[in-house]
Write a protein that binds this ligand. Structure first.
Ligand SMILES: [Zn+2]
Length: 225
């Protein structure tokens, strides 16, 4: 093994693949924080510092923050102690150039990079997303295929009527999946071609997917706090 330092994880998964749930479990059980570059940039842009002003200026102009700034943001955040056991990146890298920038950071930190692809068949993604029904009152989420409310169209918690989000209509879902696939392919190929991509079966129950991810990452249940 290269080092004992926690890894840099990149979770790859289509909308509806359950990537967010898995990231949350990794954070809860193994103290691997999820680092969202989008969230951090929003905070930094409000700061009274050179970097803060630079980020605010770029965002105001409607342009994208440069790879160098993004890498600096990730570097600054990931030297904090809560990243000792490794961390999960969200929203970065999105391009090959960003992936190459991340290699430099990984070398500096003496960490390995591992991409985990949570694979779910397209028809299953469609069914998960188009089946979603949401309570506008308490935000509870149901599913007409897998989590039916006791009374059709009515929230179990508060009795409010359920509705389908615009985002979850069939055409929109199909477009979201296609866009995701186009955008993700270069980064997916990058890690696959360098033997750092592991595929887990996202169609399995949440706990089983989680165990597969733990095995891929090389963490044992015994390490769990
Ligand atoms: Zn409700």
């Amino acid at each position: 093994m290269k080092s004992d330092r926690g890894k840099i994880l990149i979770l790859v998964g289509a909308p509806g693949a359950g990537k967010g749930t898995q990231a949350h479990m990794l954070e809860q059980r193994f103290g691997m924080p999820q680092i969202s570059t989008g969230d951090i940039l929003r905070v930094i842009a409000k700061r009274d510092s050179d970097l803060g002003r630079e980020v605010a200026r770029v965002q105001k102009s409607g342009k994208l923050v440069s790879d160098e700034v993004l890498a600096e943001v990730v570097r600054e955040r990931t030297v904090l102690a809560d990243c000792d056991h490794g961390y999960i990146l969200d929203g970065f890298p999105r391009t090959i150039s960003q992936a190459e920038t991340l290699e430099v950071l990984a070398r500096e930190q003496d960490r390995e990079i591992l991409a985990i692809y949570v694979r779910v068949e397209r028809h299953e993604l469609m069914s998960r997303l188009t089946g979603r029904r949401v309570c506008p009152n308490c935000n509870e989420i149901f599913n007409v295929h897998s989590r039916l409310p006791a009374v059709d169209g009515v929230c179990d918690n508060c009795g409010h009527g359920l509705f389908q989000r615009d985002d979850d209509h069939e055409e929109t879902v199909a477009r979201r999946i296609a866009t995701w696939s186009d955008q993700t392919k270069p980064v997916y190929d990058y890690y696959r071609s360098t033997d750092r991509l592991v595929t887990v079966d996202g169609a399995k129950p949440v706990d089983q997917v989680f165990r597969e991810i733990m095995t891929a990452v090389g963490i044992c249940e015994a390490e769990s706090a």
